[in-house]
Design a protein. Structure first.
Length: 440
């Protein structure tokens, strides 16, 4: 069901450790070759190409590529009351956490008459992608939209694949979630073509599109498959992106006190996302490893997405890793840099403070990743594939720019004028110094 990797009694360098740890193989370069013509065609033909691609990839040709506002509003009436209540509570909690994320502006007086201010400005417009392939993700609507709204972004557009069962519209729960959040610009566009539309905009091709179907954005965020990741790579620089998201990952650091049933359930919960999803248990306990393996057999057999989960757990990206102690376990999880890291061990909070690489950390037996996926208040759009070593999850910061404002008076400039000239001459850029001398 799942591979074991025994690191006990071995002292490994970080390079050696990274070679031992499981990781999904994702060929973004190959996907980019397939995606490049799609991006070029959308850029050239706009809405006409988007309809052709929807028919080709989604099996339906949408009449309305931009979903009518009335259709978005009406989707709320179709929403199951329990689902609506859950979404509203999720929105409340995510908004509460993200509202606290915005950094403060500041002013520094570096000398009399010399100040430097820093202002945080939201980007003008964002495109938010919501997948709709193996599963649909209204929770991703919440995570993307709330973070952008709390940053102060003035213009938000959402894209999600057209569904055959919905006559070419996105999933109705996705539409209803947009309505609950006050978003009325939604496109029935999936995959790489959605990224292209957001990056370059799209001209209309039918009367209902108008001359311009979609205006270009400044930042594109949201999870997706390898083709979405490849498309983001190709348009990075034209627009900002959150990350090239890969398959989802869970790592669990556990000792012998962990509940094997909880651990097995959490591994399965992430494995059901995708056949390439990674499920990794790092443990000091051989007994726990054996119990988890036994529990996995029962849970996989009973789960709805049995085939998908089995493929993910059997894949090279998933494993049970045995270590000598929790210090060694921390070395492993810090080298791995999981999208989601659970800690189910004695002293879990203290261990969490020693983690240096993870997208999000879930502490103790009652903080499963599923909580973060929906209702913890944290964001579930997180770095994958080891990108947690240098990247953060989605948040208000993803939609902000720091702008520095420099203001010196004549006396303040005069104090440093000779020093500026000296540095300019040292760099062989005398005109820089002359630009200062010209003022005196």
């Amino acid at each position: 069901m799942i591979t074991r990797i025994d690191l006990r009694g071995r002292v490994l360098s970080r390079r050696e450790l990274l070679q031992e740890l499981p990781r999904a193989e994702v060929d973004v370069e190959h996907a980019a070759e397939a995606v490049a013509p799609i991006i070029a065609a959308v850029r050239e033909r706009g809405a006409a190409e988007l309809r052709d691609l929807a028919e080709r990839f989604d099996g339906v040709r949408p009449q309305h590529v931009r979903v009518p506002a009335a259709t978005i509003t009406a989707a709320v009436d179709r929403l199951d009351p329990q689902v609506r209540a859950a979404l509203e509570e999720t929105i409340r909690r995510v908004r509460q956490v993200h509202g606290a994320q915005r950094p403060d502006d500041f002013t520094v007086q570096v000398a009399p008459g010399a100040t430097v201010r820093q202002r945080w400005l939201p980007v003008r417009r964002v495109g938010l992608y919501v997948p709709g392939g193996l599963a649909v993700y209204p929770s991703s609507v919440v995570m993307n939209v709330v973070a952008a709204q709390e940053a102060g972004v003035g213009s938000l557009a959402v894209a999600s694949p057209p569904q055959q069962d919905e006559g070419g519209l996105p999933d109705p729960v996705v539409l209803a979630t947009c309505a609950l959040l006050g978003v009325d610009e939604v496109y029935a566009v999936g995959g790489a073509q959605a990224v292209a539309m957001f990056a370059y905009g799209a001209a209309g091709s039918q009367a209902e599109d108008g001359d311009t179907l979609c205006e270009p954005v400044d930042v594109i965020t949201g999870p997706g498959n390898v083709y979405v990741a490849a498309a983001k790579r190709l348009v990075r620089g034209v627009v900002g992106i959150d990350a090239e998201a890969g398959p989802t990952e869970i790592a669990i650091l556990a000792d012998g006190t962990a509940d094997a049933n909880h651990v097995a359930a959490d591994l399965v919960s992430q494995a059901e996302h995708d056949p390439l999803a990674a499920a990794v248990l790092v443990t000091t306990s051989v007994e726990l490893a054996g119990s988890v393996e036994a529990k996995l057999v029962d849970r996989v057999d009973a789960t709805r997405h049995r085939e998908r989960v089995t493929t993910a757990l059997n894949g090279a990206q998933s494993a049970i890793v045995l270590v000598d102690d929790l210090d060694a376990g921390l070395d492993v999880v810090n080298a791995y840099g999981a999208e989601h890291l659970e800690i189910q061990a004695v002293g879990a909070s203290a261990l969490a403070d020693r983690v240096t690489s993870a997208g999000a950390i879930f502490v103790g037996p009652y903080s499963p990743v599923s909580l973060g996926d929906y209702m913890a208040g944290s964001n579930h759009v997180l770095p994958t594939g080891g990108c947690a070593h240098f990247a953060s999850g989605l948040g208000v910061h993803s939609f902000l720019r720091a702008v520095q404002v420099v203001e010196y008076d004549a006396d303040a400039l005069a104090v440093v004028a000779d020093r500026i000239v000296a540095l300019a001459d040292a760099e062989g850029l005398p005109a820089h110094g002359e630009a200062v001398r010209a003022r005196f």
